[in-house]
Design a protein. Structure first.
Length: 364
Protein backbone atom coordinates (compact mmCIF):
# COMPACT_ATOMS: atom_id res chain seq x y z
CA UNK A 1 0.00 0.00 0.00
CA UNK A 2 2.86 2.35 0.84
CA UNK A 3 4.33 2.17 -2.68
CA UNK A 4 0.89 2.45 -4.26
CA UNK A 5 0.31 5.66 -2.31
CA UNK A 6 3.66 7.05 -3.49
CA UNK A 7 2.85 6.32 -7.13
CA UNK A 8 -0.62 7.81 -6.76
CA UNK A 9 0.82 10.84 -5.00
CA UNK A 10 3.22 11.57 -7.85
CA UNK A 11 0.66 10.97 -10.62
CA UNK A 12 -2.08 13.08 -9.02
CA UNK A 13 0.28 15.86 -7.89
CA UNK A 14 1.98 16.23 -11.27
CA UNK A 15 -1.30 16.07 -13.22
CA UNK A 16 -2.97 18.69 -11.03
CA UNK A 17 0.02 21.02 -11.37
CA UNK A 18 0.24 20.59 -15.16
CA UNK A 19 -3.51 20.94 -15.66
CA UNK A 20 -3.64 24.00 -13.39
CA UNK A 21 -0.66 25.73 -15.00
CA UNK A 22 -2.04 25.22 -18.51
CA UNK A 23 -5.31 26.88 -17.47
CA UNK A 24 -3.47 29.53 -15.44
CA UNK A 25 -1.63 30.43 -18.65
CA UNK A 26 -5.04 31.36 -20.09
CA UNK A 27 -7.54 32.09 -17.28
CA UNK A 28 -9.66 34.17 -19.65
CA UNK A 29 -10.12 31.13 -21.89
CA UNK A 30 -11.11 28.97 -18.91
CA UNK A 31 -13.61 31.65 -17.84
CA UNK A 32 -15.24 31.44 -21.29
CA UNK A 33 -15.59 27.69 -20.72
CA UNK A 34 -17.17 28.30 -17.31
CA UNK A 35 -19.63 30.72 -18.90
CA UNK A 36 -20.59 27.88 -21.22
CA UNK A 37 -21.23 25.62 -18.22
CA UNK A 38 -23.24 28.36 -16.47
CA UNK A 39 -25.47 28.97 -19.51
CA UNK A 40 -29.21 28.11 -19.42
CA UNK A 41 -28.71 25.13 -21.73
CA UNK A 42 -26.25 23.43 -19.36
CA UNK A 43 -26.29 24.09 -15.59
CA UNK A 44 -28.58 27.11 -15.85
CA UNK A 45 -26.64 29.27 -13.36
CA UNK A 46 -26.63 32.64 -15.16
CA UNK A 47 -26.01 34.59 -11.92
CA UNK A 48 -22.48 33.09 -11.87
CA UNK A 49 -21.61 34.30 -15.38
CA UNK A 50 -20.30 37.74 -14.24
CA UNK A 51 -18.10 35.91 -11.72
CA UNK A 52 -16.65 33.46 -14.25
CA UNK A 53 -13.22 35.07 -14.49
CA UNK A 54 -12.76 35.30 -10.73
CA UNK A 55 -13.93 31.71 -10.28
CA UNK A 56 -11.59 30.50 -13.03
CA UNK A 57 -8.56 32.15 -11.42
CA UNK A 58 -9.47 30.78 -7.97
CA UNK A 59 -10.06 27.23 -9.24
CA UNK A 60 -6.83 26.94 -11.25
CA UNK A 61 -4.70 28.39 -8.45
CA UNK A 62 -6.27 25.95 -5.97
CA UNK A 63 -5.59 23.14 -8.46
CA UNK A 64 -1.89 24.03 -8.70
CA UNK A 65 -1.45 24.56 -4.95
CA UNK A 66 -3.13 21.24 -4.08
CA UNK A 67 -0.74 19.49 -6.47
CA UNK A 68 2.22 21.21 -4.81
CA UNK A 69 0.99 20.39 -1.29
CA UNK A 70 0.47 16.75 -2.24
CA UNK A 71 3.99 16.38 -3.60
CA UNK A 72 5.37 18.11 -0.49
CA UNK A 73 3.30 15.84 1.75
CA UNK A 74 2.17 18.96 3.64
CA UNK A 75 -1.20 19.01 5.41
CA UNK A 76 -2.13 15.59 3.94
CA UNK A 77 -5.60 15.38 5.51
CA UNK A 78 -6.67 18.80 4.19
CA UNK A 79 -5.02 18.19 0.81
CA UNK A 80 -6.54 14.77 0.17
CA UNK A 81 -10.02 15.83 1.29
CA UNK A 82 -9.80 18.87 -1.00
CA UNK A 83 -8.62 16.74 -3.91
CA UNK A 84 -11.42 14.25 -3.33
CA UNK A 85 -14.14 16.91 -3.22
CA UNK A 86 -12.76 18.60 -6.32
CA UNK A 87 -12.49 15.41 -8.39
CA UNK A 88 -15.96 14.21 -7.33
CA UNK A 89 -17.43 17.52 -8.51
CA UNK A 90 -15.55 17.47 -11.82
CA UNK A 91 -16.39 13.81 -12.41
CA UNK A 92 -20.07 14.64 -12.03
CA UNK A 93 -19.66 17.65 -14.33
CA UNK A 94 -17.88 15.72 -17.08
CA UNK A 95 -20.39 12.85 -16.87
CA UNK A 96 -23.26 15.32 -17.13
CA UNK A 97 -21.63 16.98 -20.14
CA UNK A 98 -20.87 13.67 -21.83
CA UNK A 99 -24.20 11.96 -21.18
CA UNK A 100 -26.33 14.92 -22.21
CA UNK A 101 -23.80 16.15 -24.82
CA UNK A 102 -23.88 19.65 -23.34
CA UNK A 103 -20.25 20.84 -23.54
CA UNK A 104 -18.06 19.27 -26.22
CA UNK A 105 -14.74 20.10 -24.52
CA UNK A 106 -14.35 20.32 -20.76
CA UNK A 107 -11.35 22.66 -20.95
CA UNK A 108 -9.46 20.46 -18.46
CA UNK A 109 -6.15 21.13 -20.24
CA UNK A 110 -7.15 24.42 -21.87
CA UNK A 111 -6.43 24.55 -25.58
CA UNK A 112 -3.26 22.47 -25.19
CA UNK A 113 -4.99 19.07 -25.15
CA UNK A 114 -8.52 18.68 -26.48
CA UNK A 115 -10.58 15.91 -24.88
CA UNK A 116 -14.01 14.67 -25.88
CA UNK A 117 -16.64 14.63 -23.10
CA UNK A 118 -16.29 10.87 -22.57
CA UNK A 119 -12.47 11.10 -22.60
CA UNK A 120 -12.74 13.82 -19.94
CA UNK A 121 -15.03 11.65 -17.83
CA UNK A 122 -12.69 8.65 -18.18
CA UNK A 123 -9.73 10.80 -17.14
CA UNK A 124 -11.62 11.98 -14.04
CA UNK A 125 -12.64 8.43 -13.08
CA UNK A 126 -8.99 7.30 -13.28
CA UNK A 127 -7.91 10.28 -11.17
CA UNK A 128 -10.70 9.49 -8.69
CA UNK A 129 -9.29 5.98 -8.25
CA UNK A 130 -5.81 7.35 -7.52
CA UNK A 131 -7.22 9.93 -5.09
CA UNK A 132 -9.23 7.25 -3.28
CA UNK A 133 -5.96 5.33 -2.83
CA UNK A 134 -4.50 8.47 -1.27
CA UNK A 135 -7.60 8.94 0.88
CA UNK A 136 -7.43 5.47 2.39
CA UNK A 137 -3.64 5.57 2.64
CA UNK A 138 -3.24 9.04 4.18
CA UNK A 139 -0.97 7.70 6.89
CA UNK A 140 1.63 6.84 4.25
CA UNK A 141 1.82 10.43 2.97
CA UNK A 142 4.90 11.75 4.71
CA UNK A 143 6.35 15.24 4.49
CA UNK A 144 9.41 15.84 2.30
CA UNK A 145 10.64 18.78 4.40
CA UNK A 146 10.12 20.34 7.80
CA UNK A 147 6.96 22.44 8.34
CA UNK A 148 8.77 25.78 7.95
CA UNK A 149 10.20 24.81 4.56
CA UNK A 150 6.83 23.48 3.43
CA UNK A 151 5.17 26.78 4.37
CA UNK A 152 7.80 28.71 2.43
CA UNK A 153 7.53 26.52 -0.68
CA UNK A 154 3.72 26.59 -0.57
CA UNK A 155 3.68 30.36 -0.04
CA UNK A 156 6.11 30.99 -2.89
CA UNK A 157 4.02 28.76 -5.18
CA UNK A 158 0.89 30.74 -4.27
CA UNK A 159 2.57 34.11 -4.89
CA UNK A 160 3.97 32.93 -8.24
CA UNK A 161 0.51 31.74 -9.30
CA UNK A 162 -1.09 35.08 -8.37
CA UNK A 163 1.63 37.03 -10.19
CA UNK A 164 1.39 34.84 -13.29
CA UNK A 165 -2.42 35.14 -13.44
CA UNK A 166 -2.18 38.94 -13.28
CA UNK A 167 0.59 38.97 -15.90
CA UNK A 168 -1.30 36.99 -18.54
CA UNK A 169 -4.50 38.94 -17.92
CA UNK A 170 -2.67 42.25 -18.37
CA UNK A 171 -0.96 41.01 -21.54
CA UNK A 172 -1.67 37.73 -23.35
CA UNK A 173 -1.09 34.02 -22.56
CA UNK A 174 2.63 33.28 -22.36
CA UNK A 175 2.19 30.16 -24.49
CA UNK A 176 -0.46 30.34 -27.21
CA UNK A 177 -1.97 26.91 -27.92
CA UNK A 178 -4.67 28.19 -30.28
CA UNK A 179 -4.60 28.01 -34.10
CA UNK A 180 -4.27 31.82 -34.26
CA UNK A 181 -0.85 32.04 -32.64
CA UNK A 182 1.87 34.29 -34.07
CA UNK A 183 3.33 32.64 -37.17
CA UNK A 184 0.13 30.74 -38.01
CA UNK A 185 -1.44 31.15 -41.45
CA UNK A 186 -5.23 31.42 -41.30
CA UNK A 187 -5.85 30.07 -44.82
CA UNK A 188 -3.71 27.02 -44.11
CA UNK A 189 -5.58 26.52 -40.83
CA UNK A 190 -8.88 26.42 -42.74
CA UNK A 191 -7.72 23.98 -45.43
CA UNK A 192 -8.89 20.35 -45.51
CA UNK A 193 -6.47 17.68 -46.84
CA UNK A 194 -7.70 15.67 -49.81
CA UNK A 195 -7.34 12.41 -47.88
CA UNK A 196 -9.06 13.77 -44.76
CA UNK A 197 -11.41 11.42 -42.93
CA UNK A 198 -15.06 11.90 -43.82
CA UNK A 199 -17.87 11.80 -41.25
CA UNK A 200 -19.84 8.56 -40.94
CA UNK A 201 -23.58 8.80 -40.47
CA UNK A 202 -26.15 6.28 -39.34
CA UNK A 203 -29.56 6.45 -41.00
CA UNK A 204 -32.63 5.20 -39.16
CA UNK A 205 -35.33 4.62 -41.79
CA UNK A 206 -38.90 4.35 -40.55
CA UNK A 207 -41.32 2.29 -42.66
CA UNK A 208 -44.89 1.21 -42.10
CA UNK A 209 -44.95 -2.51 -42.76
CA UNK A 210 -48.23 -4.42 -42.42
CA UNK A 211 -49.61 -1.53 -40.39
CA UNK A 212 -46.66 -1.44 -37.95
CA UNK A 213 -43.75 1.04 -37.74
CA UNK A 214 -40.37 -0.62 -38.25
CA UNK A 215 -36.87 0.92 -38.15
CA UNK A 216 -34.11 -0.13 -40.57
CA UNK A 217 -30.55 1.04 -39.91
CA UNK A 218 -28.08 1.72 -42.74
CA UNK A 219 -25.07 3.94 -43.34
CA UNK A 220 -26.78 5.78 -46.16
CA UNK A 221 -28.18 3.21 -48.56
CA UNK A 222 -31.92 3.25 -49.06
CA UNK A 223 -33.19 -0.04 -47.62
CA UNK A 224 -35.09 -2.53 -49.73
CA UNK A 225 -38.32 -2.74 -47.76
CA UNK A 226 -41.76 -3.79 -48.85
CA UNK A 227 -43.60 -1.05 -47.02
CA UNK A 228 -44.52 2.63 -46.91
CA UNK A 229 -41.69 5.08 -46.16
CA UNK A 230 -42.48 7.36 -43.19
CA UNK A 231 -39.31 9.32 -42.34
CA UNK A 232 -35.57 9.04 -41.69
CA UNK A 233 -33.35 10.25 -38.82
CA UNK A 234 -29.64 10.86 -39.34
CA UNK A 235 -27.03 10.52 -36.57
CA UNK A 236 -23.30 11.21 -36.86
CA UNK A 237 -21.58 8.18 -35.34
CA UNK A 238 -18.02 9.16 -36.26
CA UNK A 239 -16.84 12.71 -36.84
CA UNK A 240 -14.79 13.53 -39.89
CA UNK A 241 -11.70 15.73 -40.06
CA UNK A 242 -12.28 19.26 -38.82
CA UNK A 243 -9.62 21.86 -39.67
CA UNK A 244 -8.16 23.84 -36.74
CA UNK A 245 -9.87 26.97 -38.09
CA UNK A 246 -13.38 26.19 -39.30
CA UNK A 247 -15.56 29.17 -38.41
CA UNK A 248 -13.58 32.21 -39.55
CA UNK A 249 -15.45 34.83 -41.58
CA UNK A 250 -15.15 38.57 -42.16
CA UNK A 251 -18.65 39.66 -43.11
CA UNK A 252 -20.29 42.88 -44.12
CA UNK A 253 -23.89 43.13 -45.32
CA UNK A 254 -24.13 39.36 -45.56
CA UNK A 255 -21.03 38.91 -47.74
CA UNK A 256 -17.84 37.17 -46.59
CA UNK A 257 -14.68 39.11 -47.46
CA UNK A 258 -12.25 36.78 -45.63
CA UNK A 259 -10.61 35.28 -48.74
CA UNK A 260 -10.04 38.73 -50.25
CA UNK A 261 -8.75 40.44 -47.10
CA UNK A 262 -6.44 37.58 -46.13
CA UNK A 263 -4.58 38.12 -49.41
CA UNK A 264 -3.56 41.60 -48.27
CA UNK A 265 0.21 41.96 -47.87
CA UNK A 266 -0.25 44.54 -45.11
CA UNK A 267 -3.36 44.08 -42.96
CA UNK A 268 -4.17 45.33 -39.46
CA UNK A 269 -7.14 43.84 -37.60
CA UNK A 270 -8.64 45.69 -34.64
CA UNK A 271 -10.62 43.10 -32.68
CA UNK A 272 -13.34 43.98 -30.19
CA UNK A 273 -15.46 40.88 -29.71
CA UNK A 274 -18.08 42.70 -27.61
CA UNK A 275 -17.96 46.49 -27.70
CA UNK A 276 -20.21 46.72 -24.64
CA UNK A 277 -17.45 45.04 -22.63
CA UNK A 278 -14.47 46.73 -24.29
CA UNK A 279 -11.92 48.90 -22.52
CA UNK A 280 -12.99 52.20 -24.10
CA UNK A 281 -9.91 54.13 -23.03
CA UNK A 282 -7.86 51.82 -25.24
CA UNK A 283 -9.62 53.10 -28.38
CA UNK A 284 -7.83 56.42 -28.04
CA UNK A 285 -4.61 54.50 -28.57
CA UNK A 286 -6.27 52.41 -31.31
CA UNK A 287 -6.94 55.61 -33.26
CA UNK A 288 -3.27 56.64 -33.03
CA UNK A 289 -1.84 53.22 -33.85
CA UNK A 290 -4.14 52.59 -36.82
CA UNK A 291 -3.42 56.07 -38.22
CA UNK A 292 0.29 55.22 -38.12
CA UNK A 293 -0.39 51.87 -39.79
CA UNK A 294 -2.31 53.51 -42.64
CA UNK A 295 0.53 55.99 -43.16
CA UNK A 296 2.80 52.98 -43.65
CA UNK A 297 0.56 51.43 -46.30
CA UNK A 298 -1.49 49.04 -44.17
CA UNK A 299 -5.15 48.29 -44.74
CA UNK A 300 -6.98 48.57 -41.41
CA UNK A 301 -10.25 46.83 -40.55
CA UNK A 302 -12.24 46.30 -37.37
CA UNK A 303 -13.79 42.95 -36.39
CA UNK A 304 -16.60 42.59 -33.88
CA UNK A 305 -19.75 40.65 -33.08
CA UNK A 306 -21.50 43.84 -31.94
CA UNK A 307 -24.16 45.70 -33.90
CA UNK A 308 -23.42 48.17 -36.70
CA UNK A 309 -24.99 50.97 -34.63
CA UNK A 310 -22.59 50.32 -31.75
CA UNK A 311 -19.66 50.16 -34.17
CA UNK A 312 -20.62 53.48 -35.75
CA UNK A 313 -20.96 55.07 -32.32
CA UNK A 314 -17.46 53.88 -31.41
CA UNK A 315 -16.05 55.16 -34.72
CA UNK A 316 -17.59 58.60 -34.22
CA UNK A 317 -16.64 58.87 -30.54
CA UNK A 318 -12.95 58.06 -31.00
CA UNK A 319 -12.44 59.24 -34.59
CA UNK A 320 -11.56 55.78 -35.92
CA UNK A 321 -10.67 55.82 -39.62
CA UNK A 322 -11.70 52.27 -40.57
CA UNK A 323 -14.79 50.10 -40.96
CA UNK A 324 -15.93 47.24 -38.78
CA UNK A 325 -16.80 43.80 -40.15
CA UNK A 326 -18.87 41.13 -38.42
CA UNK A 327 -17.21 37.97 -37.08
CA UNK A 328 -18.64 35.37 -34.69
CA UNK A 329 -18.00 36.29 -31.05
CA UNK A 330 -16.63 32.85 -30.10
CA UNK A 331 -14.19 33.03 -33.00
CA UNK A 332 -12.95 36.46 -31.92
CA UNK A 333 -12.54 35.28 -28.31
CA UNK A 334 -10.49 32.38 -29.64
CA UNK A 335 -8.28 34.61 -31.78
CA UNK A 336 -7.13 36.87 -28.94
CA UNK A 337 -7.84 37.23 -25.20
CA UNK A 338 -8.08 41.02 -25.18
CA UNK A 339 -10.93 43.42 -25.86
CA UNK A 340 -9.79 45.36 -27.85
CA UNK A 341 -6.68 43.86 -29.40
CA UNK A 342 -4.67 44.35 -32.59
CA UNK A 343 -3.32 41.78 -35.04
CA UNK A 344 -0.90 42.49 -37.89
CA UNK A 345 -1.04 40.05 -40.82
CA UNK A 346 0.73 39.49 -44.11
CA UNK A 347 -0.94 37.24 -46.69
CA UNK A 348 -2.99 35.63 -43.90
CA UNK A 349 0.00 34.95 -41.64
CA UNK A 350 -0.18 36.48 -38.17
CA UNK A 351 2.96 38.55 -37.63
CA UNK A 352 2.03 40.45 -34.46
CA UNK A 353 -0.72 40.08 -31.86
CA UNK A 354 -0.98 42.37 -28.85
CA UNK A 355 -3.14 43.15 -25.84
CA UNK A 356 -4.40 46.73 -25.52
CA UNK A 357 -1.82 47.27 -22.78
CA UNK A 358 0.94 46.54 -25.31
CA UNK A 359 -0.07 48.64 -28.33
CA UNK A 360 3.23 50.53 -27.96
CA UNK A 361 5.09 47.32 -28.91
CA UNK A 362 3.58 47.26 -32.43
CA UNK A 363 5.92 47.99 -35.33
CA UNK A 364 4.86 48.91 -38.88
Amino acid sequence: MKYLVWVSRIIVGVLFIISGLIKLNDPMGFSFKLEEYFSPGVLDLPFLTPLALGISIFVVIVEVILGVLLLLGFKPKFTVWSLLLMIVFFTFLTFYSAYFNKVTDCGCFGDAIKLTPWESFTKDVILLVFILILFFGKKYITSLFNPKTNWIVGGVALLVCIWFANHVLAHLPTVDFRPYKIGANIQEGMSVPEDAAQPIYEYAWRFKVNGEDKIYITEGDYPSVDGEFVDVETTEIQAGYEPPIHDFTIEQQGQDYAAELLEEDKLVMVIAYDMAKSNYEAFEEVAKVTAEAKQNGYKVIGMSASSRDMANKLINTYGLDFEFYFTDETTLKTIVRSNPAILVLSKGTIKQKVHYNDFDELTF
